[in-house]
Design a protein around this ligand. Sequence first.
Ligand code: TXE
Length: 504
Amino acid sequence: MTGTTRLLIGGEWRDAADGATREIRCPADGRPVATVPEATADDALDAVRAARVAFDEGPWPHTPAPERAALLHRLADRLTSEKEEVARLEALDTGKRMVEARLDMDDIISVFRHYAGLAQAEAGRVVDAGMPDVVSRVVHEPVGVCSLITPWNYPLLQTSWKVAPALAAGNTFVLKPSELTPSTAVWLVRTLTEEGLPAGVANLVLGAGDRVGPPLTEAPEVDLVSFTGGLVTGRRIMASAAPTVKRIALELGGKNPNILFADADLDAAIDLALTAIFLDSGQVCSAGSRLIVEESIHDEVVDELVARAARIRLGGPDDEQAETGPLISAGHREKVEAYVAAGVAEGAVLRVGGARPEGAAYDAGFYYLPTILDRCTSAMSCVQEESFGPVLTVETFSGEDRDAAEDAAVALANDTVYGLAGAVWTQNAGRAERVAARLRHGTIWINDYHPYVPQAEWGGFKQSGVGRELGLAGLAEYRETKHVWHNTRPAAQHWFGGPQDGQS
Ligand code: TXE
């Protein structure tokens, strides 16, 4: 193990307290990628305390905003110059194709630049107190110690959405990446340190969530928990942060509806429906996993989707022809298989996929074929719960007139506890706007699927989340807002306890 694949606690690279380690293997082919420490709960607590000391006693919370911004720009510069190397770390940990990993790096660079800009924007404002001797102002301050807990599907991108605003606002943090994909988190904290971030501001804990998670979400020294991951873990984290009333931000995925009206541009709609669900083998929080299609075009649309899904080529990081990659782990593939089996048992029609691909090239990886389950209903578990795999469910709607069709589509699309994202396809601009306005999801694409920009906000309605990421709100999550009232001419008021009768 090299000195830089350890835990980073209070500026020191350390092994786990009990010396435990974990082997990271590439999900595409099982090749060994790294051996990393598996932290104990005590290590996690040490990291929290180091972040606390750095916040309470260190220079970072008081570092001028231009310097904080400059550091974020330097990080973006380093990622630009080391893009190929970092993309490879990410591709080997996740099994995703290099071409995708490179695109992720471009996104991450723009996230760091976005927050570098925000670090210096809106320092505060003066409020007119209506009194000549009072200066009244609203200022922003960092929240404090942040526990940043990230998943395995977009490891460094999800991490950048948390680390960049946390640093921009002047916080200190403990980062815990998914135990399955630690490599780029190691690169990130190492690079931040090399670029001059003071010791203790960035701390890194590697290990299983149920072991190192509780200290990060319960410790009174932690002020904010930001988590992206599954709904079940999110609920647990919310409960464990409650006794100390921490700030909390959660992004918990979605069951995202992709609505196709019969008047859509079907060439584009069908093509993007494939991207919506099969990008990164469906391991995307905003994946368009529920196709909700008008009954009159059902056969045409689904036949075409099935034919094209059957042709999708699977492969690992270095397969230039591959269109999508493996699932993250054996356990995750079993979960996806269970959802497909349950769907079929509940009456869904398996049109394509529903199995592991055959061939020696796939034997050592966790591949699963692009799958379409037709004739689904919203009562089915495969429609209601995240399989987080390459599984598209198809539901249909119809209506006697324009309004009835829209009502039916919207009712299906909103019939979920989630509310992260969704899309509507129609060439009728009025219909597009009407439907978009009624969808209870945090991001709506009209005649498109998946693009995002850091300047816009990201976050879920309903059980998809708490708080927002990106945009201006993304920084607000990491700042406390303080009103400072400065009376420049203090004077006694004599409202209470003045001279008693007979004493004057
Ligand atoms: O996620 P977990 P898992 C969904 C997806 C997937 C399911 C489970 O449906 O099938 O979640 O995946 C850490 N305290 N998403 O098990 O458990 C864990 O170590 C503190 C959607 O991988 O949510 C990891 O760092 N932390 C999602 C992180 O939480 C804990 C992306 C995510 O793990 C913890 C990934 C605890 N008690 C999965 N338990 C999205 N929103 O995009 C675990 N962790």
